[in-house]
Design a binder for this molecule. Structure first.
Ligand code: SAM
Length: 403
């Protein structure tokens, strides 16, 4: 029998005392205990950290793959330590201090095997508490929003099932941050096809709280009554209904006199074109649009000569139509005086619909280069993009000079 081997699950009082004094005393580095029950495993590890200049203890608990992290003060950790010590069943405990390691193994038969390393002289560095990752949703106090939007649970943790949406909101706000100059006295935004308004509300809060814009008004427009009702509830819960208004309407029927920014994320098919057209008509300075499914061009594109082999394959045909549709959109926006960038705004793993048109009105409209480029592509494919037809009254004067 090795040192400290006993025929029971419980640790001896002297061993318990040794663990307590090592964890709560000077030089404590880390304690990890893994308990196995049936096929599942519970692991807890505790280490000292520095939070706001004070010593705290960070516990990371992994229960069958689910991870939770919690910080404790000295009283909290004394209580937690008793739970660790009093655990029953087969387990492994590894305690590290500056002076050395203690290993306790309790076998399935209840034997307690204890071993200690040779004496050491390690330096203990109190690591700062893991920083909260800096993303737009941490640039202001977003706790109430995260709860109201259902992105976080009651304790403020982002729900695993909503992680994709949380990331998408952050990626969208990053684009907003690099696009918008926050110097406008008043700022009107329209979110076209706002859905349940995760992005709409986050955008309002980001503009007002992170960018400190003084007077922001946001409209969220959607033709579905159920999403508008849920969006209004979220705005009411956050007490921002007077600044963030939701309107049940088809986009084509909705109007404002002037908007500074138009956003449309994954609005279906030609709703993206309608949003771009509205942005032009409302003289928006910024338009951010992530297209969704697009069918319009597919209906009219010929199985053109050298492209016959591409067009025969429905997936390739669909992708080619997506690329052409977004190219036409970007080119039309350029003709109309928008500096336009086509970018990926979330990773392609999150969604295949990850293209965004980022447009800023800052160039003289109707320049010959963009018009010539547009006409060459359009005439090559013998199509009239939906957006051209929709914006005909504004576009025709630029196109007719070169047609
Ligand atoms: C895929 S959801 C995206 C919602 C939200 N923008 C987001 O990214 O979380 C698309 C929304 O656009 C709305 N929509 C599509 N076409 C529309 C139209 N012509 N007018 C108003 N809403 C429209 C749909 O009802 C739907 O709620």
């Amino acid at each position: 029998m090795s040192e400290g081997e006993r025929e029971r699950f419980e640790l001896e009082d002297s061993l318990k005392e040794e663990i307590r004094s090592k964890v709560l005393g000077e030089g404590f580095m880390k304690i990890v205990q893994t308990v196995r029950r049936g096929g599942s495993q519970f692991r807890i590890s505790v280490r000292p950290v520095e939070i706001g200049g004070e010593k705290r203890y960070q516990a990371e608990m992994t229960d069958d793959g689910q991870v939770r992290v919690k910080n404790f003060d000295a009283d909290g950790i004394s209580e937690g330590l008793e739970d660790i010590i009093e655990q029953k069943g087969a387990r492994d405990l590894h305690l590290m201090t500056a002076k050395g390691d203690l290993h306790v193994r309790v076998t399935r038969k209840g034997r307690v095997l204890v071993s200690r390393s040779a004496e050491m002289d390690r330096k203990v560095e109190l690591k700062p508490h893991d920083r909260v990752k800096s993303v737009p949703l941490t640039a202001f106090n977003s706790a109430a929003y995260l709860r109201a939007a259902g992105l976080a649970d009651g304790e403020g943790r982002v729900r695993a099932s909503m992680r994709g949406k949380y990331d998408q909101v952050n990626e969208f706000l990053k684009v907003v941050a690099e696009t918008v100059r926050g110097d406008a006295k008043s700022f009107t935004v329209v979110d076209c096809g706002c859905g349940k308004a995760y992005l709409t509300v986050a955008l309002y809060l980001y503009l007002t709280e992170a960018l400190q814009m003084p007077d922001v008004h946001v409209y969220g427009v959607d033709r579905r009554a159920d999403v508008i009702e849920s969006a209004r509830k979220m705005a009411a819960a956050l007490d921002i209904s007077d600044k963030v208004e939701f309107v049940e309407s088809d986009l084509a029927a909705f109007n404002v006199e002037k908007a500074d920014m138009v956003v449309s994320l994954h609005a279906c098919d030609t709703a993206t074109d309608e949003a771009l057209a509205k942005g032009v008509e409302w003289r928006a300075r910024y338009i951010l649009s992530a297209p969704c499914c697009q069918h319009e061009l597919q209906k009219t594109l010929d199985d053109k000569g050298a492209f016959a082999g591409v067009m025969r394959q429905s997936i390739l045909r669909e992708r080619l139509c997506d690329i052409l549709t977004d190219s036409f959109r970007a080119m039309i926006m350029r003709i109309l005086g928008f500096r336009t960038q086509v970018m990926e705004f979330v990773s392609s793993e999150a969604t295949a619909r990850n293209i965004m048109l980022k447009c800023e009105f800052c160039v003289k409209p109707g320049q010959s280069g963009p018009v010539a480029e547009y006409l060459a592509l359009r005439d090559y494919w013998h199509v009239t993009p939906w957006l051209e037809t929709r914006l005909q009254p504004i576009l025709s004067k630029h196109l007719s000079r070169f047609e």
